[in-house]
Design a protein around this ligand. Structure first.
Ligand code: ADP
Length: 695
């Protein structure tokens, strides 16, 4: 078993099934989509971050420019203040007062000095905010820087700044300072210098706008980045923004470094990036949801395909033809069984309009009317269906049983009709066969009865024939005596009487033969209204024949109010005859003394108490031995008999006949003994009425 499947497996390994290929393509597309989206989102986040940091950077740079401008402007204002000292009071002692005031006003200035043209000190003033900054090293330590600055100042004829230098302090700390030298000119002649010592740190803290300084780290650095003085919160490590700006002062250029810390968390430096990131996350979440939804859809799709395949297989395996029609009667669906039944392709059936190709042309008009009627009836079609005739492609007709039901869509609206169609030709054939064999059986049974009759007939005919023969002999004697020349002429009257008797007896014999002949020959199957009396009259000669032989008295009781019954009279006569014969045979007890009890009653009355009943009840009542339970169980079984010469077909045929008429055949024990066989037949009036109703 496993061997032949191997090449298949190999083939399926080499070439994936279309399902698998579709599956992997679908998932491939999804993976690509997810990857693209992730790429796009991370680029977006990165770009947003980049944009944000460039914004911050440029703002920082602007701030740095602003700061240097501020510092430069403040220093220039200070220069003017210092110049003003000289203009008003050239007296060294008096000079100190406004100089101290100026120092009081400007914290960034540590010391103001007045020097002569040879840079020898004339006067000086100290800042009130801290002890003398030159205490440790002495003012002379900075003499070189001062003379450089003043030389430059002389050259510029304006303020010049020295390079900065470090001043250790008594408290162990130190500070970076810078001198500004301003030449004092009187009438175009240099008369001395004014020196201002600035603390770099205080310049940052005092001269930079508070607003600007907030949140920034400010520092003066050397070209290599060494910090000289700083203020604020410098950035730690390299997580921050840095902007550098040159502070260009006459005689000195310093680098102002402005730093700004990165916000926390560093991954999302600001709202925009956070927003983009959040949106990306949402997008990814939506994507995940979509993916899950798709997975579910795929599963449902798969289940649906399974269910559909299952239904299709079921549909294809049906032997019942299925057909759907829309409300206009057009065929919208057919199953393979139906196609096979009518020998047409599904496509042909669907394309074909009305009338459909399987309607026999001669019936089209009738079927159209029927269809219109049925469609108009609405949803109240009977479930049991109806019979019809369809035509195959080759033109042959076949009987079908059609069961229709409304076709309801998902929203409960009727969109057409669903029909189940059964090909009943085989069933009809079997029925026909069984009917034919029934007929044959009945014919056989009747022939058997005829055989029986023949013996009775010979017995019965004996009497008239004997009578005829004796009358004939008598007549001959009369005639012979006349011929022999008897003196008296033959008695004409006697002769006439004898001849009449002969004729009567011959007629009687003829009747007997005719009744048998009638019974055997009459075979017209029609159902006709017959009065119960006529039925009894027809069987009576035959019943009487047997009754006489068996010594049975026959009593007829007919309720004259009974309506005629609708029946096949030959068959019903046979039933009556069978039952009567069975009854008479049952009374053949060997006990001769009970001869008086041998009474057979044939009774007819309406089945219910009222005279207008739809049914007429026939009863054959005997006073025989009755039916034991054992016999009763098999009574109607064909070929069951307790008689040596019996065939056992009588009762089973009787029941078939009565049931074919729609009636019922039953039996009950008689009182005090015997059996009552009863059967019912439809009264002709009601039968006509019923036929009308059903039409
Ligand atoms: P057959 O008369 O050829 O035996 P039937 O089918 O008419 O076949 O009857 C079957 C059997 O039913 C009879 O053999 C008999 O035993 C029993 N039977 C029928 N009618 C009566 C009756 N009226 N009384 C008693 N037994 C009966």
């Amino acid at each position: 078993m496993s061997e032949p499947s191997e090449p298949n497996e190999a083939a399926s390994r080499a070439e994936p099934s279309p399902d698998r290929r579709r599956w992997s393509r679908r998932w491939g597309l999804w993976a690509l989509l997810v990857a693209l989206l992730l790429g796009l989102l991370s680029t977006l986040v990165w770009l947003a971050g980049r944009y944000e940091s460039s914004q911050v950077q440029s703002r920082l740079e602007q701030d740095a420019v602003q700061t240097t401008t501020d510092i430069r402007a403040a220093l220039t204002r200070n220069v003017q203040g210092i110049q003003a000292l000289q203009a008003s009071s050239p007296d060294p002692a008096a000079w100190r007062v406004p100089a101290s005031a100026l120092l009081h006003e400007h914290r960034e200035m540590l010391r103001l000095e007045w020097r002569d043209a040879a840079l020898a000190p004339v006067s000086y003033a100290q800042t009130p905010y801290r002890p003398s900054v030159f205490e440790r090293l002495g003012r002379a330590s900075a003499q070189t820087d001062v003379s450089f600055a003043c030389a430059a100042a002389r050259r510029f004829s304006g303020p010049a700044y020295s390079s900065s230098y470090f001043l250790p302090q008594a408290d162990g700390l130190g500070l970076e300072v810078l001198d500004m030298c301003l030449p004092v000119l009187a009438g175009g002649q240099l008369t001395g210098y004014l020196l201002a010592t600035y603390s770099l740190q205080e310049i940052l803290s005092e001269l930079v706008g508070r607003q600007l300084a907030r949140g920034h780290g400010l520092a003066f650095t050397e070209a290599d980045g060494t910090r000289l003085a700083m203020y604020g919160n410098p950035a730690r490590g390299n997580r921050g923004y840095v902007a550098q700006q040159l502070l260009d002062l006459p005689g000195n250029t310093m680098v102002l470094r402005m730093e700004r810390q990165l916000g926390t968390p560093a991954l999302f430096p600001n709202l925009l990036t956070a927003l983009v990131a959040a949106m990306s996350l949402a997008l990814v979440a939506v994507l995940a949801l979509l993916g899950r939804d798709m997975r579910r859809r795929l599963k449902v799709e798969h289940d649906l395909a399974d269910a559909l395949a299952f239904r299709k297989a079921m549909e294809d395996s049906l032997v019942t033809g299925m057909r759907a029609r829309d409300l206009q009667g057009r065929v919208t669906y057919v199953n393979p069984a139906f196609c096979q039944m009518v020998g047409l392709e599904a496509g042909e059936l669907l394309k074909h309009g009305t009338p459909p190709p399987y309607w026999p042309p001669e019936q089209v008009e009738e079927y159209e009317q029927r269809q219109a009627r049925r469609l108009a009836v609405g949803a109240t079609l009977p479930r049991e269906g109806f019979e019809s005739v369809f035509m195959r492609r080759d033109g042959s007709r076949f009987p079908v049983l059609i069961i229709e039901a409304p076709l309801i869509n998902a929203v409960g609206k009727q969109t057409g009709w669903m029909t189940a169609i059964l090909d009943v030709s085989e069933q009809r054939r079997v029925e026909e066969l069984s009917r034919a064999s029934q007929d044959r059986l009945q014919a056989t049974a009747r022939l058997a009865t005829v055989g029986e009759m023949a013996s009775l007939l010979s017995h019965e005919l004996n009497q008239p024939l004997a009578a005829i023969s004796s009358y004939a002999t008598g007549s001959l004697n009369l005639l012979q005596s006349a011929v022999a020349g008897e003196p008296q002429p033959p008695d004409n009257q006697d002769l006439q009487l004898a001849m009449r008797r002969i004729a009567e007896q011959a007629e009687r014999a003829g009747k007997v033969i005719k009744s048998v002949h009638d019974f055997v020959r009459r075979r017209d199957q029609v159902r006709e209204p017959v009065t119960p009396r006529a039925l009894l009259d027809a069987v009576l000669p035959l019943v009487s024949l047997q009754a006489r032989k068996l010594g049975v008295r026959v009593l007829i009781q007919v309720d004259e109010s009974c309506a005629p019954v609708l029946c096949d009279r030959t068959m019903v006569e046979q039933v009556l005859l069978n039952l009567a014969r069975n009854g008479m045979q049952a009374m053949q007890s060997p006990d001769k003394s009970r001869r008086a009890d041998r009474l057979l009653i044939l009774r007819v009355r309406p089945a219910a108490s009222n005279a207008h009943s739809r049914w007429v009840e026939f009863a054959v009542i005997d006073h025989g031995e009755g039916i034991s339970e054992d016999v009763a169980r098999q009574l109607f079984t064909p070929f069951f008999t307790t008689k040596a010469e019996g065939m056992g077909l009588g009762l089973s045929l009787c029941r078939t006949v009565i049931e074919q008429h729609g009636g019922f055949l039953g039996f009950a024990a008689g009182q005090p003994q015997g059996t009552i066989f009863t059967f019912t037949l439809p009264a002709a009036v009601t039968a006509v009425a019923v036929a009308e109703v059903s039409a």
